[in-house]
Design a binder for this molecule. Structure first.
Ligand SMILES: [Mn+2]
Length: 348
């Protein structure tokens, strides 16, 4: 009986056996704490674990270490009714078992010193995780949601549409809709879950890109934008977070005739420029570097780039830091940087 304890959760074990071994670690008296760093994959995985333990333990509490701020994550927790508590408000001694999904103890300083009994994850294996009683880490997988789907199926559970929706979104998010780091197992889990998901809820979660308070800035952007051929630009003045500039840039790319866009604003004495590009001709990273590299950190890749210029660095060029001066500065630098690219290809 004792020999079974040390055995690591094998990657080749059958899902049914694995599920059995996982569930054998819990008893009806257990008060279980599930620790997560809340993102769609972690949220879905915690919901799956809660389902696996349903009627097998006294209770399950899901605690997130981070503050959720992304609109899609907020919509997901609200619409799928995922009960969460903040980890720093939790009395750890009130729980007899601690489980970590989609994370490992070394991922977050807030996890330090917490002895976990079970870890199920898909990130590269860290040392601490190996010391826990039941450890199933499969770095090959694109999402922990895919692993959890195997547990659900292995345990003979038919997932509710709420759980299926969560897991589908978890897999989609972590694999960038199978654009990268996905495996056959992720596809198989997705295929199984897809018909069971609620697609209008799923679409609503995916479309949740803004908070209500962000609409004021969108209003300003729609009021001010300029279009030149297939490019769009707007300067938004002082913003509370550069993330707001990203939202507007992503929104502009929804316009069919717009391939490239730039959105700028001021945050903490820095002029932040966000570039987005979906066309073939332009390389956003190179454009950012050429236009703004001499003033501050600037770069990125073909489709996304950003520059952060200390306002002090452009003092000599801009006569002041009024919105109009900054807007003109960004437009001029971008036009100049984009110019020679066209010429070199035409010279040939
Ligand atoms: Mn994940």
């Amino acid at each position: 009986m004792a020999k079974e304890k040390k055995k690591p959760a094998s990657k080749t074990a059958r899902p049914a056996d694995l599920a059995k071994r996982l569930l054998a670690r819990f008893g009806p008296e257990d008060r279980v704490l599930v620790l997560i760093a809340a993102d769609p994959d972690a949220l879905a995985s915690s919901l799956a674990l809660k389902r696996l333990l349903w009627r097998r333990v006294a209770n399950v509490t899901i605690a997130n270490v981070n503050q959720i701020s992304r609109p899609d994550n907020l919509a997901m927790t609200r619409l799928l009714n995922i009960p969460l508590v903040q980890l720093n408000k939790v009395d750890l001694s009130a729980f007899s078992k601690k489980v970590m999904v989609d994370s490992q103890p070394h991922h977050n300083t807030a996890f330090e010193g917490i002895k976990v009994d079970v870890v199920i994850d898909h990130h590269p294996v860290g040392e601490v995780a190996n010391n826990c009683g039941f450890c199933d880490i499969r770095p090959r997988y694109g999402a922990t949601s895919s692993i959890m789907t195997e547990y659900i199926r292995g345990a003979g559970i038919k997932p509710s549409s709420r759980l299926a929706t969560a897991l589908v979104y978890g897999i989609k998010t972590d694999t960038y809709s199978f654009g990268r780091s996905s495996q056959l197992e992720d596809v198989q889990a997705f295929q199984y879950l897809f018909p069971k998901a609620n697609h209008s809820v799923l679409r609503k979660i995916e479309f949740s890109e803004m908070r209500l308070k962000d609409l004021a800035l969108l209003h300003l952007a729609l009021d001010r934008f300029v279009v030149r051929k297939h490019s769009m630009y707007v300067h938004l003045g002082e913003v509370s977070s550069p993330d707001n500039l990203v939202q507007i840039a992503d929104f502009f790319l929804r316009v069919d005739s717009v391939d490239t866009c730039a959105v700028s604003g001021v945050h903490q004495e820095r002029l932040v420029v966000i570039l987005r590009n979906a066309g073939y001709r332009i390389n956003a990273g190179r454009l950012a570097e050429e236009a703004f590299g001499e003033f501050g950190p600037a770069g990125g890749h073909k489709s996304m780039a950003r520059a952060e210029i200390p306002l002090a660095a452009i003092k000599k060029i801009c006569k002041d830091t009024a919105e109009e001066s900054l807007s003109r500065f960004v437009m001029r630098r971008l036009a100049k940087a984009a110019g020679p690219q066209k010429n070199t290809s035409a010279k040939k």
